[in-house]
Design a protein around this ligand. Structure first.
Ligand code: GYE
Length: 308
């Protein structure tokens, strides 16, 4: 019996793994849902999660990853703030033989063996979907204000590129002003106010293209305070499709949001568990899809989510 108990205890503790997760911050509703879903998923699987919030600063992430390495965690998950600057710390993780999974935004490194895989949506495609909706809605004639996400983040880089690629084919839709509002609601409002002022109050602005819902939700307040109706006088096009945005779509103040699932924790832990069982090669990009929500389907989706 003693041997059996020891074996059992041994195999149980071999399964109970510790994962360090370096999260971007808590800048948006989408991010909060994502963090909650990672924590819930870890708990469900009996994974000990070391969660670190970087408050939108890469230097904090690098510190967190170094501390995960020092604590000899079994695996590290990183949702990177920006794309560049990751090579050294990822090399440290590799030297310590700790597998790394990238989720959400990308890292730009020359050595692809520094991480197992990346689990993320296609940001360029999101930008294209947003632009296609706008082109169709405005029949290819529209002056657009753009609120960019965090400078240097692949979410902002990809969404901007995808959107602009569609505009190249539709020169009547033009971005007249563009500025970052760092993916937050407060900045979204503040920057939108200044963009509207710079555009003479916004009478000739046809649409806002916001890289996420959080900034869009701030910006619609600025639009209202400027005496205009968001969703009508200024169309609002966004990404994430968080619950608050679906509500705003249902009440007409946002027109469209491209969905991005916040449930990236489950797939990340799947990869880590498969890797522990011996799987060596993973696709370098596990791609997550998403729907497009407008007044046609937003209320229905919200009800479906609330029923869960
Ligand atoms: O759209 C935004 C968040 O990186 C895809 O970051 C993510 C973006 C998401 O703050 O709401």
């Amino acid at each position: 019996t003693l041997v059996a108990t020891t074996l059992l205890a041994g195999s149980l503790s071999a399964q109970a793994i510790t994962v360090g997760f370096s999260q971007v911050g808590s800048e948006s509703g989408w991010r909060t849902s994502f963090s909650e879903s990672v924590k819930a998923e870890a708990e469900k699987r009996g994974i000990t999660l070391k969660f670190s919030d970087a408050q939108q600063k890469q230097e904090n992430q690098i510190k967190a990853v170094r501390s995960f390495i020092a604590q000899r965690v079994d695996a590290i998950v990183i949702a990177p703030v920006v794309e560049t600057g990751w090579q050294p710390v990822l090399m440290e993780a590799k030297r310590a033989r700790i597998p790394v999974v990238i989720v959400d935004r990308n890292v730009s490194v020359s050595d692809q063996s520094l991480y197992l895989t990346r689990i993320a949506p296609d940001f360029e495609l999101e930008g294209q979907k947003a632009a296609n909706w706008l082109v169709e809605k405005t029949e290819g004639q529209c002056n657009v204000l753009e609120l960019q996400g965090t400078v240097g983040s692949s979410a902002a880089i990809g969404r901007m590129k995808g959107f602009n690629d569609v505009l190249k084919q539709n020169p009547g839709v033009k971005i007249v002003r563009s500025q970052t509002a760092e993916f937050t609601r407060a900045k979204g409002k503040e920057v939108m106010e200044s963009l509207l002022k710079a555009e003479g109050g916004g009478k000739n602005v046809c649409a806002l293209w916001s890289h996420n819902d959080e900034m869009a939700l701030g910006a619609i307040q600025a639009i209202r305070e400027a005496g205009l109706k968001p969703g009508e006088d200024i169309l609002v096009v966004s990404v994430d499709a968080v619950d608050d945005a679906l509500k705003a779509i249902a009440d007409g103040s946002i027109n469209v949001s491209v969905e991005l699932s916040p449930h990236l924790g489950g797939p990340a832990f799947d990869v880590i568990e498969e890797h522990r069982k011996g799987k060596k090669e993973f696709d370098k990009w596990i791609r997550m899809g998403g729907a497009v929500y407008t007044s046609e389907n937003a209320a229905q989706e919200l009800a479906a989510r609330q029923a869960k």
